[in-house]
Design a protein around this ligand. Structure first.
Ligand code: AMP
Length: 281
């Protein structure tokens, strides 16, 4: 496995690849969720490259950039075992060598949902993902549905800017009790970790109500809110029901029979957790 710390080394590796390249961008502190992307990307006749870059421009001033877990030695071992071909691990200086004047905005989508609570986040994400795509030049980009809005934002950018890459979404990998795996779960205190399962339980309760015929947005939100409260989760950024493809809200309080995604963002102490569930018709 090649360990590439600068753009030049990346270009040399990329120029030497004969077949197709699949790319998995990450911020490191890898877990099974990340590794499932690597495995999904690993198809015979393709090379898989992972980036590990904690991107400062997608963190707000009060957010966890400084304390975000950085465990490169462990990440390297996990990627090697997962059959990754190359890892791009640039420093912030190496990544942002340009003037920094150019930004990619996907609006209004990027200011919705998480964007409302994390101003500038998706601009940071879209800009760094486009940069990474330009550096890596992959045919395939693998992203996790765990970050549902991120997939929709990146898909929009790729389509709107005619970026020559296929975006593939991979299902969320969960802990045994259902909690979506996340690098941020390690911030949770023991009590909070116990309560955190309320996030997926709330989504499942919403789904059960949906299956039982509930179609009022407010009723479905209330079902989820009650379950969160039962688990001691009261600081809620949003409980949203959206059209699954576009993430647009439903024009009426009542949802017609169409694909729906329920998205949650909550705070437990200083940790922000997000999760989502698609309600099939
Ligand atoms: P991150 O390191 O948090 O930026 O995540 C890197 C990629 O891994 C993103 O595309 C995430 O959506 C994806 N990812 C993170 N957690 C999970 C998970 N539990 N299941 C599947 N994909 C995940």
């Amino acid at each position: 496995m090649e360990w590439l710390t600068d753009r030049l080394a990346l270009q040399c590796w990329r120029d030497g690849v004969v077949g197709e390249v699949a790319f998995v961008p990450t911020m490191g502190a890898l877990h099974e969720g990340h590794l499932s992307l690597v495995r999904a990307a690993r198809v015979v006749s393709r090379r898989v490259i992972v980036s590990i870059f904690v991107n400062p421009t997608q963190f707000g001033p009060q957010e966890d950039f400084a304390r975000y877990p950085r465990v490169l030695v462990q990440d390297r071992l996990l990627l090697e075992a997962a059959g990754c071909d190359a890892v791009f691990v640039p420093s912030v200086e190496e990544m942002y060598r340009g003037s920094g004047q150019t930004r990619v905005q996907v609006e209004p989508l990027g200011s919705d949902l998480c964007g409302q609570f994390r101003p500038g986040h998706f601009q940071g994400v879209a800009t760094v993902v486009l940069m990474l795509l330009n550096l890596v030049r992959p045919q395939w980009l693998y992203l996790g549905w765990k970050d549902y809005q991120q997939v929709v934002v990146v898909r929009r950018m790729v389509e709107d800017l005619a970026v020559p890459v296929q975006v593939v979404g991979v299902g969320t990998v969960r802990e045994a009790d259902g909690l979506a795996m996340s690098s941020r779960n390690r911030y949770l205190a023991e009590v909070e970790r116990g309560q955190a399962v309320g996030v997926v339980r709330a989504l499942q309760a919403g789904q059960a109500a949906w299956r039982a015929g509930t179609r009022q947005v407010a009723s479905l939100q209330e079902v989820a809110r009650v379950v969160l409260a039962q688990h001691g989760i009261t600081v809620i950024d949003y409980i949203a029901l959206r059209q699954a493809e576009s993430l647009l809200p439903f024009p009426d309080a009542q949802i017609e029979d169409q694909a729906v995604v329920m998205l949650l963002a909550v705070r437990m102490g200083t940790t922000r957790l997000i999760d989502n569930l698609v309600f099939a018709l």
